[in-house]
Write a protein that binds this ligand. Structure first.
Ligand SMILES: NC(=O)c1ccc[n+]([C@@H]2O[C@H](COP(=O)([O-])OP(=O)(O)OC[C@H]3O[C@@H](n4cnc5c(N)ncnc54)[C@H](O)[C@@H]3O)[C@@H](O)[C@H]2O)c1
Length: 443
């Protein structure tokens, strides 16, 4: 990890001077440094797209990075105006000791479905992409086209065309030397890094199987307002529409699936699963399932058993487990983690520094050091893994990776406008049809 105290890091001017002196040898690093901020300034001007809970947190994490990068939040974009006001207030509160970190003028607050492009064009050096994931491919593509460094939240898409769009845009990002971070924060938590390293070093022997869980309760609901168009309603209550969230297997459980992929050092080739909606069936819950269970198979035959549930009054489990020939690792998103080698005292890791902060620290440390940093290919493939799981639970079929990633099923709306048609529509009683295994074309 690059957690250098800020006083051990070169100042930005020193860094640029050194890079320039190093000339051709450091050409890659120099281009990274140049692309990080506007010419002639020490300060990286950041813009936040999607000013909800996570976007607000990501902005604060970035502004307070421990790497010593100097940032200023200068622009906000959101589909709606009110989240920007709330977010700005909360960011200012979090940064009350350093008010200079925030300089968002009314002219640099952009509302609407095209607000991301206006923000990108407003003179920012870097964007934080934190809208609902259905919009992420378009937002990432536009940011890369404009040569911006990117932090983007997971999942990075909700369907296969979206994943392919992110992978294609990322080829461009790599060519341009842009830095791209994806919000798989567990990969930046010390206890996860140490445990996974030990697993890769053979501490628990050959892997027999993996288990990953995100079993929890319901999250928020945003009720329909009388003045809203159907499009506005769905974008606001985005969690419950697959085209926007990917369903909770992609939106939330992708964290655990990504840890499984990290441990397995690859991506599954096949998924078979069962899921449905048993409790969360009212019209406010759109079309997504409330539980999924998927058996993923990797190319070497390794199995990963995946479980996710969002039902009130049920047990909580946010954990990932690796079982090997010589022991097991039990990792926990919110609690102590253990690695037990048969016959030995288990190693225990307590919860450490928050990965939402350390992922930003790592990102900016790489930027200051002029090092390449790009998590988008992995982010896209872990998103694809979750989508493949959803294809299996929605369809009731065994889904192979090649079929999944090449799927032409495009969930996005044909037109992006508040009065446009939505990809799914309510029935006369206000409820939405959900996927029916055996009947639904889900891939
Ligand atoms: N890494 C993590 O631990 C973590 C935690 C929570 C959420 N997330 C992810 O962060 C993203 C946002 O989640 P959240 O909890 O902040 O949701 P949220 O609903 O609180 O915030 C999303 C914001 O995006 C806005 N928005 C909607 N459509 C938009 C568009 N087209 N352009 C710009 N803004 C738009 C919404 O109005 C809202 O203000 C999701 O991808 C989610 O999966 C990650």
């Amino acid at each position: 990890m690059n957690h250098l105290p800020s006083d051990m890091l070169p100042s930005r001017r020193e860094f640029l001077a050194r890079s320039a002196a190093a000339g051709a040898v450091l050409a890659g690093g120099l281009s990274l440094a140049r692309s990080a901020h506007a010419a002639g300034s020490d300060i990286i001007r950041i813009g936040l797209v999607g000013c909800g809970g996570r976007g607000t947190g990501a902005a604060v994490n970035a502004l307070k990075n421990a790497a010593g990068a100097k940032l200023k939040l200068v622009a906000l974009a959101d589909a709606f105006s009110s989240p920007m006001d709330i977010s700005l207030k909360n960011i200012r509160k979090e940064c009350k000791d350093q008010p200079d970190l925030v300089d968002v003028t009314p002219e640099r607050k952009f509302a609407g479905l095209d607000s991301y492009q206006k923000l990108i064009d407003s003179g920012v050096d870097m964007v934080l992409l934190c809208s609902p994931p259905g919009f992420r491919p378009a937002h990432f593509e536009a940011a890369v086209k404009a040569g911006k460094n990117v932090f983007m939240e997971k999942p990075v898409a909700t369907d296969s065309p979206g994943v392919r769009r992110v992978l294609a845009a990322n080829e461009d990002a790599k060519k341009k030397g842009l830095l791209v971070s994806v919000g798989h924060h567990l990969r930046h938590e010390e206890r996860y890094r140490e445990a996974v390293q030990r697993i890769h070093d053979g501490a628990i022997g050959d892997l027999n199987f993996l288990r990953v869980y995100f079993n929890t309760v319901e999250i928020w609901i945003r009720p329909r307002q009388p003045s809203q168009t159907e499009f506005q309603y769905q974008v606001n209550n985005w969690y419950y529409f697959t085209w926007l969230s990917g369903d909770h297997i992609a939106e939330q459980h992708v964290h655990d699936i990504d840890v499984g992929n990290w441990i397995a050092q690859g991506y599954p080739v096949e998924a078979e699963g069962i899921g449905g909606r048993q409790v969360r069936i009212g019209k406010e819950y759109g079309e997504i399932f409330d539980h999924h269970t998927v058996e993923f198979t990797f190319a070497n035959g390794l199995k990963m058993f995946s479980y996710c549930r969002q039902i009130n009054e049920t047990g909580f489990n946010y954990s990932q487990h690796a079982h090997g020939t010589k022991g097991r690792a039990d990792l926990n998103g919110v609690g102590n983690s253990f690695l037990s080698v048969n016959g030995q005292k288990p190693i225990r890791w307590r919860v450490g520094a928050d990965g939402h902060q350390t992922e930003m620290d790592d990102f900016f440390a790489a930027m200051l050091a002029g090092k390449p940093y790009n998590e988008a290919d992995n982010g896209a493939k872990s998103t694809m893994t979750a989508i493949m799981g959803r294809m299996a639970t929605y369809s009731g079929q065994v889904i192979r990776w090649d079929k999944a990633i090449n799927s032409q099923l495009d969930l996005s709306p044909k037109t992006l406008a508040w009065d446009a048609d939505t990809p799914v529509k309510p029935r006369p009683d206000g409820t939405y049809a959900c996927a029916m295994p055996g009947r639904t074309k889900a891939y």
